[in-house]
Design a protein around this ligand. Structure first.
Ligand SMILES: [Zn+2]
Length: 493
C-alpha cells in the first residue's frame, strides 16, 4: 500500500542554565537537502527514510531544525521555525501521515514544552484523522499534554542513543500499520518525581530498568515501553523521569505497563546517585589505571558536555591534566575558535602564546595561559564512525593540534561533544597508543570508545552539565523531587 508521508521536525535539548539560543544557532534543512543529509545515516530520519522506502511510501521532506544543546530558545526563533514547518506541511497537503523527529526537552521563552506545541500545530494543519507519529530522545521531560495531538511517540531506549535509527523505522512501521487498519495505538505516560544525573544504559540501574521494560513489551498488545530519563538541566516544572507505554487499542494495558515500569524505576532510584572524582583526582586515578592496565584509559569531562548545553570551553579538567603532565595523553577537544584561528595564522611548527578556553562562563574556569607548539592543522571535517549516527558528515571548523606541557590538545571552532576516535585520527593521533584520552562528553562517547578503551572513567568538575544535581539553582522545578527532597513520594509505588 503506497502512502504519502511528510517528515520533518524541530529538535532541541534546552539547558535553561545556559545562554539563550537564537534562530541563527539552528541548522535548518529542507526538502532534498534534508533527505541527502540523512539518507544512509544511523539517525531518526535515516530510519524513517529507509522504512518509507520499504513500504513504498512517497516521502515529502518538510523542514528539520536542530541546534547543539544550549539555553532557552528565543520566542521569535521558535515561532519562525514552527512557521516554516507548518507552512511546508500546508504546501504538501494532502498527506496520508506525518513522521516527526522531536526531542522532548525543548524550551522556548513562554513555552515550556515545544514538542507539545509542535504536535498541536501539526495536528491543526492535517486534521484529526491523519496519523502523526514522532520519535523522541530519552532525555525528554515529558508532560501528559503531549499525548493528545500525537498518534504514537517512540523514544530511544539506549544511551548512547545507538537505536535512533531503529526508532525512526518503528515510527514509520507504526504509520503503515495504522493506515492499513491493523493497529490502533494508545499511549500512557507515568511521570515520576525524580531527576537523574546523566546515566548510560550500558550500566545499572538503566540496564536493569531497560531489561524490565523489554519484558513488559513481551505482553500481547504492548508495542513499546520507554524509560525517559528526563533532562535535569532544564528548570521547568515538568522536568523529570517518566515512562511512556504504547499499546494496541487497550488504554488499560498501556497504563498498567507504564505504572509497573515507573514503580521499578522508583524502587531503584538510589542507584542513580554518582560520586565522580574532581579533575586532579581523576587524573591521578587515570595515571594509576594506565600503569596497571595499559592504555587507553578514557576519561570524560562530564560537567562540560556541549551535548548537554555546556560550552565545551571549560578549563578545569584540562588544567588538572596540564599540571600533572601525564605521558602519552591526548585531550580532545576544547572549543576555542580564536585560538584555532591563531594557530592557523601561525602555521604548523610555530610556537604560540595562547589563552585557551574559559571565555563563556566563569563557572567553567579561567582561560589557560601557556606556550603551545602547533603540531598540525586541519579543516575539522570527517565522517562519523560511531554506531550512534554512523555516516553523518561532521564539520568542526578549522582545528589545531597543539602540544602543551607534552600533552596533545585539540582545539575546535565548533561546539560539539566527542563521539568517536575519528577527530583524534584526523590529527594523526592513534588513541590506542595513548595512555590517557580525555574528552568532553557525558555518555554518547561510549558507543565509539567502548571498543578501544581499557577503562572508562568520569571526572566531574563545576559546570553546566555536572552530575551533581545539588549544585543547580532550580527555581521552577516541581518540588518535592528525588534526590533533592527526602519527602518526595511516587504515588504509584
Ligand atoms: Zn539524549
Amino acid at each position: 500500500m503506497s502512502f504519502r508521508l511528510a517528515i520533518g521536525g524541530i529538535s532541541h535539548e534546552t539547558n535553561t542554565f545556559a545562554l539563550p539560543t537564537a534562530l541563527g544557532d539552528f541548522r535548518v534543512q529542507a526538502g532534498a537537502e534534508l533527505v541527502a543529509a540523512n539518507d544512509g545515516v544511523r539517525s531518526y530520519l535515516g530510519g524513517m527514510l529507509d522504512a518509507a522506502r520499504r513500504h513504498g511510501a512517497s516521502v515529502v521532506p518538510l523542514v528539520q531544525a536542530s541546534a547543539t544543546p544550549s539555553g532557552t530558545i528565543a520566542a521569535s526563533a521558535f515561532a519562525t521555525l514552527l512557521g516554516r514547518l507548518t507552512d511546508a506541511l500546508r504546501a504538501a497537503l494532502p498527506v496520508d501521515a506525518v513522521a516527526l523527529d522531536l526531542h522532548g526537552a525543548g524550551v522556548a521563552e513562554g513555552c515550556d514544552d515545544i514538542e507539545t506545541a509542535t504536535l498541536r500545530a501539526v495536528r491543526e494543519v492535517v486534521g484529526a484523522r491523519v496519523p502523526v507519529v514522532t520519535t523522541l530522545d530519552l532525555h525528554g521531560n515529558l508532560a501528559p499534554e503531549m499525548l493528545a495531538p500525537a498518534t504514537a511517540c517512540f523514544g530511544v531506549h539506549l544511551y548512547p542513543h545507538t537505536d535512533a535509527y531503529d526508532r525512526g523505522v518503528e515510527a514509520v512501521d507504526c504509520i503503515a500499520a495504522v493506515l492499513a487498519g491493523r493497529l490502533r495505538p494508545v499511549m500512557a505516560l507515568e511521570t515520576l518525581p525524580l531527576i537523574t544525573p546523566t546515566s548510560t544504559s550500558d550500566l545499572d540501574p538503566v540496564r536493569a530498568i531497560n531489561a524490565f521494560c523489554r519484558e513488559l513489551e513481551q505482553r500481547p498488545g504492548i508495542l513499546d515501553v520507554a524509560f525517559f530519563h528526563g533532562f535535569s538541566h532544564t528548570d521547568i516544572p515538568q522536568c523529570g523521569a517518566s515512562v511512556l507505554a504504547v499499546a494496541d487499542g487497550d488504554p488499560e494495558l498501556a497504563r498498567a505497563a507504564a505504572r509497573e515500569a515507573a514503580a521499578f524505576v522508583w524502587a531503584r532510584r538510589a542507584e542513580f546517585d554518582r560520586h565522580d572524582p574532581d579533575g586532579p583526582e581523576a587524573v591521578r586515578q587515570a595515571v594509576a589505571a594506565a600503569r596497571e592496565l595499559g592504555g587507553p584509559i578514557v576519561v570524560n569531562d562530564t560537567s562540560d558536555n556541549p551535548g548537554a548545553g555546556a560550552p565545551g570551553d571549560g578549563t578545569h579538567f584540562l588544567r588538572a591534566i596540564l599540571a600533572a603532565r601525564p605521558a602519552r595523553t591526548a585531550f580532545g577537544f576544547i572549543w576555542d575558535p580564536e585560538t584555532a584561528a591563531q594557530a592557523h595564522a601561525a602555521g604548523a611548527g610555530a610556537s604560540i602564546a595562547v589563552r585557551l578556553g574559559g571565555r563563556t562562563y566563569p563557572i567553567h574556569g579561567e582561560p589557560i595561559e601557556a606556550t603551545a607548539h602547533v603540531k598540525s592543522l586541519t579543516d575539522g571535517r570527517f565522517v562519523q564512525q560511531s554506531p550512534m549516527g554512523r555516516g553523518r558528515q561532521v564539520d568542526l571548523g578549522p582545528m589545531a593540534r597543539l602540544q602543551i606541557e607534552g600533552v596533545d590538545v585539540l582545539v575546535a571552532s565548533v561546539r560539539s561533544q566527542v563521539l568517536d576516535p575519528e577527530v583524534f585520527l584526523l590529527h594523526g593521533i592513534d588513541v590506542t597508543r595513548c595512555d590517557i584520552v580525555a574528552l568532553k562528553s557525558s555518555n554518547h562517547f561510549r558507543a565509539g570508545f567502548n571498543p578501544v578503551a581499557r577503562r572508562i572513567m568520569t571526572a566531574d568538575t563545576p559546570g553546566l552539565s555536572s552530575c551533581n544535581l545539588r549544585t543547580y539553582p532550580y527555581r521552577r522545578l516541581r518540588r518535592p523531587v528525588a534526590p533533592l527532597d527526602a519527602e518526595a513520594r511516587y504515588p504509584g509505588a
